[in-house]
Design a protein around this ligand. Structure first.
Ligand code: ZN
Ligand code: ZN
Length: 177
């Protein structure tokens, strides 16, 4: 959805408030797609900072279908975060190139692209690890059994080649004595 912010960019003290619903049914991180299974309306507030520049704030609460990083079981991932960033009109130039890129990346001319804004902010707030539970035991690297359902009895000991070399040296030196 595009929301025109011309008035906010040009009027000191101007505030624009609206509510949006995510339009996309999935969030894609470039390699995987995550279905959005629930989303509350997102209140958005745009306020004048200086000529050509506005503050964007809001609160996102949604749930996505993901899978556990360890056992691959499906999990419903709740996201709850605040949006708090700046955006700018095409004629506004920030002195810092990174900042300039950030304030224009979610814009389409004088309008903010709320889908791009949402995608950006989900990416920033995406958890480092997704687990079905804190102590998920994951899958056995040998047979693939879900270790949360019990031990499989596989020998998962992998000898470290560097350690093996050290042991060989020790054995050799003891032989010489
Ligand atoms: Zn798990
Ligand atoms: Zn196993």
């Amino acid at each position: 959805m595009l929301i025109n912010l011309t008035e906010v960019f040009n009027t000191s003290g101007k505030v624009l408030e609206t509510k949006i619903k995510p339009e996309s049914k999935v969030y894609s991180d470039g390699s995987s797609d995550y279905e959005i299974v629930g989303a509350e309306e997102i209140p958005l507030r745009f306020s004048f900072i200086e000529k050509g520049k506005a503050l964007v704030s809001g609160r996102v609460r949604m749930a996505l279908k993901a899978s556990c990083d360890r056992c691959l079981k499906e999990v419903i991932l709740p996201l709850d975060f605040d949006i708090d960033r700046e955006c700018a009109s095409p004629d506004f130039k920030a002195p810092d190139p990174d900042e300039d890129e950030e304030i224009h990346s979610i814009m389409e001319g004088y309008s903010i692209d709320t889908e791009r804004l949402l995608h950006d902010d989900i990416t920033i707030n995406w958890p480092v690890k997704i687990l079905c539970r804190e102590d998920c035991k994951g899958l056995c690297p040998v047979c693939g059994k879900d270790l949360n359902e019990g031990d499989c009895g596989c020998d998962t000991f992998v000898p470290d080649p560097r350690m093996a070399a050290i042991f060989d040296k020790i054995m050799d030196s003891t032989k010489e004595v």
